[in-house]
Design a protein around this ligand. Structure first.
Ligand code: ATR
Length: 282
């Protein structure tokens, strides 16, 4: 069998997903291609129709279509329905089934990097309230953390995420400024916006002066790997979690859905780190 996988988004051509999925295929000695369909909004339906005709085995969905994709799949996995966004589509028996692996990928990255951390006791702050934040928020709720708050520039948008929470877990929406002042109460802080992404490396969504010593501070931006946010976190006594882990683990979970296999994602993450440093990889 020769798989055909891909990614739809706009912009999408800069994506590292083809490289990562080709590593997964290579690890399992499978034949396949992962291609990028960079698709402007006025071309979305045409591209999706073409992908259906091509019988693409599975594809990822990125900005700005994660929420819109709910309209185009035949079925939605209950977890993705709860998140309200799809980043993975499986083609099975003539149907498209939507999944979301973003949040689970993030939590896996956290657990792999900090295996000593017990999620159940944690107080978590999520910065941002977009598609990525929805997935990460849901994943923390599923893990039964002690509390999880959301800080966003537009507080009403953070409020709208709270409707996902039917777990009885303490959770409030705050402004960025309020969160910045109250940072010392959180064990984990997760930056989920694109602020600080190359080429705007100098931007930082909030100062981390008040961070608790030893708190885990994560950024889902992976270019640059060490964002200003993470540099500041380290300087102020936080423990950093880089964005490349979530990138690779969410991809691994997508690949596992498409192929019904298990992948050794940690090996691919090591290779990815080397590649980003410019080392050659066979
Ligand atoms: P994604 O799917 O990647 O999460 P998104 O749904 O467009 O993208 O969400 C972007 C998030 O980044 C939002 O939380 C947005 O804040 P608003 O809801 O106030 O727009 C946040 N964001 C983007 N640029 C920002 C900036 N310059 N300062 C603060 N927050 C920003």
């Amino acid at each position: 069998m020769r798989y055909l996988f891909g990614l739809i988004g706009y912009p999408a051509l800069h994506s590292q997903s083809p490289w990562i999925h080709h590593q997964f295929l290579k690890q399992q000695n499978k034949q396949g291609l992962y291609r990028v369909w960079e698709t402007a909004p006025n071309e979305l339906e045409n591209t999706l129709n073409a992908m259906k005709t091509l019988q693409v085995d599975g594809f990822n969905v990125t900005v700005p279509y994660k929420e819109k994709m709910l309209e185009y799949v035949d079925r939605v996995d209950p977890y993705a329905a709860k998140v309200g966004a799809i980043n993975t589509v499986l083609f099975q028996n003539g149907e498209w089934i939507g999944y979301n692996t973003d949040g689970k990928g993030f939590v896996r990255s956290l657990q792999e990097s900090y295996p000593d951390v017990n999620l159940e006791g944690l107080k978590v702050l999520i910065v941002g309230a977009g598609g990525a934040a929805r997935g990460i928020y849901t994943a923390f709720l599923e893990k039964g953390v002690q509390r999880v708050d959301i800080a966003n520039r537009t507080t009403s948008r953070a409020d709208s995420l709270l409707t996902i929470n039917d777990y009885g877990i303490s959770s409030t929406a705050t402004s960025l400024q309020q969160a910045e002042e109250a940072l010392s109460q959180y064990d984990v802080i997760v930056q989920t916006t694109s602020v600080g992404m190359s080429p705007k490396d100098a931007q930082q969504i909030m100062k981390l002066t008040n961070v608790k010593q030893g708190a885990i501070v994560a950024d889902i931006v992976y270019k640059p790997l060490e964002t200003s946010f993470l540099q500041d976190a380290k300087h102020c006594g936080g423990r950093p979690l880089h964005g490349d882990g979530m990138l690779v683990y969410q991809a691994a979970l997508s690949y596992e859905i498409w192929t019904d296999t298990t992948i050794q994602a940690d090996k691919v993450l090591q290779n990815f780190k080397q590649k980003q440093k410019g080392d050659s990889i066979c």
